[in-house]
Design a protein around this ligand. Structure first.
Ligand SMILES: Cc1cc2nc3c(=O)[nH]c(=O)nc-3n(C[C@H](O)[C@H](O)[C@H](O)COP(=O)(O)O)c2cc1C
Length: 321
């Protein structure tokens, strides 16, 4: 494989999605292969203590690398070689045959997380297509209506998230709430991606600055209710469920499937808005497991999905074109 050719594609691969847009992946070019690893500085030890979202994001990145290289006819394969001690998930290697994917680099570049209003949920054929992608990776995808029970769970999950100073501190460090922020065009979650007006962004900035003082005076509850009710913005909810026994390498594989699911949705004019807090909080994860009749540890990802009513803002990347 021509490693120089892959290097030129790397900025395209960085369009992969990651939790809080931390872009944790790192490529290390060796003589005959490229090591896929991660930088602990770009992980979320408070919000993602088990590393589930890290592994899903790394899988999404691997899949993106394969789609982008296939699109230019560069034959590359991924060899899983998960070794957390060396912060490695595997290798991109030259392959005899190119990767087969129905997706293109253009779709990689145009896919976006959509946190706004959806005019419709998933058509039946999209539900079948998404589940087929999940099943091919050993998982399943189930849909839920965004009804009352789920809404209450989301409100509980939001309160749980804002009650934890470590999670709030970490979130604050990845928020880019003013255009003057030095990393506004590099990484993290911008006010525009989150759909906040300038006033709302300023309010959130002030509230987060006051958090250490006002935490015990009810600020977490206020922040949770200010987050609003995304389920009122339309769409359905899909849950990605892993196999009964999923080790870390399997979660990376399911991250690859998650990317294929998002590209499948994008190709059908649909989009996803992840709601990871639902499975981050132990109580809501357990309740969601009961709702789906699935062991809670198998729940890997939850997102509101549907047909966007309008465009979404492009998120930042450190390596961009
Ligand atoms: C594993 C994973 C978990 C995520 N969880 C959330 C979430 O809970 N809430 C949210 O708004 N976005 C979530 N996201 C979306 C990221 O914030 C988003 O991918 C990132 O900001 C880049 O934006 P883009 O997807 O538009 O390229 C998640 C993404 C991944 C890959």
């Amino acid at each position: 494989m021509d490693l120089t050719a892959f290097r030129a594609l790397e900025p395209l691969c960085w369009r992969a999605p990651s939790a809080h847009n931390t872009q944790p992946w790192r490529l290390d070019y060796r003589a005959d292969a490229i090591r896929v690893g991660w930088d602990p500085a770009d992980t979320l030890p408070a919000a993602d203590p088990t590393g589930r979202d890290l592994r899903l994001s790394l899988g999404a990145f691997v899949e993106t690398c394969l789609v982008v290289s296939a699109d230019v006819g560069l034959p590359v394969e991924f060899v899983a070689d998960h070794y957390p001690g060396e912060r490695r998930v595997g290798w991109l290697r030259p392959a005899r045959h190119g990767y087969h994917s129905p997706f293109t680099t253009e779709q990689v570049l145009l896919r976006r997380t959509h946190r706004g209003r959806f005019s419709a949920g998933l058509p039946a054929e999209a539900i079948v297509a998404v589940d087929a992608v999940a099943r091919a990776a050993g998982g399943t995808a189930r849909t839920l209506p965004p009804a009352g029970g789920l809404r209450r769970l989301l409100a509980t999950a939001d309160r749980h998230q804002y009650a934890d100073p470590a999670v709030v501190g970490e979130l604050r460090s990845w928020l880019r709430l003013s255009r003057g922020h030095s990393r506004y065009r590099a990484d993290g979650l911008t006010d525009r991606c989150l759909g906040l007006s300038r006033g709302e962004a300023a309010g959130l900035r002030a509230a987060l600055a006051a958090y250490p003082v006002l935490r015990r005076a009810g600020l977490p509850r206020l922040l949770a209710s200010a987050a609003g009710d995304p389920l009122a913005l339309g769409g359905d909810v899909i849950v990605l469920i892993g196999p009964a026994e999923a080790d870390d390498a399997t979660q990376v594989e399911l991250g690859r499937a998650l990317m294929r699911i998002w590209l499948t949705l994008h190709a059908a004019g649909l989009a996803a808005h992840p709601l990871s807090q639902l499975i981050d909080a132990p109580a809501t994860r357990a309740a969601l497991g009961t709702l789906l009749d699935v062991a809670p540890h198998r729940l890997l990802h939850v997102a509101r999905v549907g047909r966007p009513a309008g465009p979404a803002v492009r998120s930042a990347r450190r390596l961009d074109r």
